[in-house]
Design a protein around this ligand. Structure first.
Ligand code: KG4
Ligand code: ZN
Length: 339
């Protein structure tokens, strides 16, 4: 075990529109972290164009990995294992990372570690807090997923609830697009909401059946769209900030209340927020207040570690590596992979 702690993991992430690589030493020291974002390229289309995304990954992966290794001052002889996201995500994008990681691991004769992107998001919390205690409840809210997960120990978890339709981040993105704000929508909604009245519109919250820890955001998204369309037909102009603030409050309210319900059913020592939506200031503030009242330690990653990045794949890969969970050379991309 001691020599395993002296590990250098190269983590690679290419599941969507960020090409990223990081070098993590001993499960705690991030020696380098490079993120090459394609957001600017996709912005004009209002969303990620899969074909363009995979081409961009092909163009940048080599230089991103080289830069990560150079900055960390390591070469292949120093690396203990190569961890890569193999799903979920866009198949063409995933394939670029998986092919690169397989080729390098094989040539360097080091283990290949297959990381579930969703696990990666949650493990981002361990980069900044190594001492998190179990049981740990996690709320993962990203552009593609909304999950409540109970971790009994490292890599030992159970999904308690998930979205039945849109993911939380997807709702932020779609509402932002309807309001004529930018892409990705979350940060734009947050900015517009800052000067709006969150009580201006009473948008619906989907609580689902009593006791359910599942989510549903499509009704909320449609309610914003309908409100806008009805106003347009009447020739009325609605205040964008008020719409953004009311939508944000409704989305965050559901995320917070379901988290508290999960905590009631599954008492935990730690509550961890993860995924792109974890960057939302209102969500962080409300959960922080609630968790303090429940005496539960509340953590969330810093903003760069909330959205897609290679460091989270390196740390999730580290825990798989020390558990001896190596992938086979037949590893393939699994776009629909779940937890
Ligand atoms: O985890 P992530 O980078 O990619 C996926 O794996 O999906 O999450 C991206 C999502 C987008 O939907 C984006 O709008 C949302 O995270 N997001 C936010 C904020 N920053 C990013 N949502 C709400 N508030 C934010 N500040
Ligand atoms: Zn993600």
């Amino acid at each position: 075990m001691d020599n395993l702690k002296e590990s250098i993991i190269l983590g690679i992430e290419t599941s969507c529109d960020e090409t990223s690589a990081a070098v993590l030493a001993n499960g705690r020291e991030l020696r380098s972290h490079i993120i090459s974002s394609q957001v600017g390229t996709h912005q004009k289309y209002g969303g990620v164009v899969p074909e363009i995304a995979s081409r961009e990954h092909c163009l940048h992966i080599r230089e991103v990995i080289q830069q990560a290794m150079q900055e960390a001052g390591v070469d292949f002889a120093d690396i203990s294992a190569i961890a890569v996201t193999y799903g979920p995500g866009l198949v063409g994008s995933l394939l670029v990372g998986v092919a690169a990681a397989k080729a390098m691991a094989y040539a360097a004769r080091v283990p290949l570690i297959a990381v579930n992107h969703l696990e990666g998001h949650i493990y981002a919390n361990f980069l900044e807090h190594q001492d998190l205690e179990f049981p740990l409840l996690a709320l993962l809210a990203s552009g593609g997923h909304t999950h409540l997960i109970l971790f009994r120990g490292h890599l030992d978890y159970e999904v308690l609830g998930r979205t039945r339709d849109d993911a939380a981040g997807e709702a932020f993105d779609k509402v932002a697009r309807t309001l004529g704000l930018g892409y990705p929508g979350g940060p734009y909604i947050q900015k517009a909401a800052a000067s709006g009245n969150p009580k201006a519109f009473d948008f619906p919250r989907a609580w689902l059946e009593a006791g359910s820890l599942d989510f549903s955001f499509s009704g909320l998204k449609s309610a914003v769209l309908n409100t806008l369309n009805t106003a347009k037909m009447k020739g009325e102009v609605l205040n964008t900030s008020d719409l953004a603030a009311s939508f944000q409050l409704a989305a965050v309210d559901v995320l917070v209340q379901k988290s508290l319900r999960a905590l009631e059913l599954y008492p935990a020592k730690t509550f961890a927020l993860a995924g792109g939506v974890a960057a939302n200031a209102m969500l962080r503030e409300l959960l922080k207040k609630e968790m303090a009242m429940q005496n539960v330690r509340f953590v969330y990653p810093s903003p760069t570690l909330c959205t897609d990045n290679g460091a989270m794949i390196a740390i999730a890969g580290y825990y798989r590596f020390i558990a001896g969970k190596h992938a086979s050379w037949k590893l393939n991309a699994v776009p629909g992979l779940n937890l």
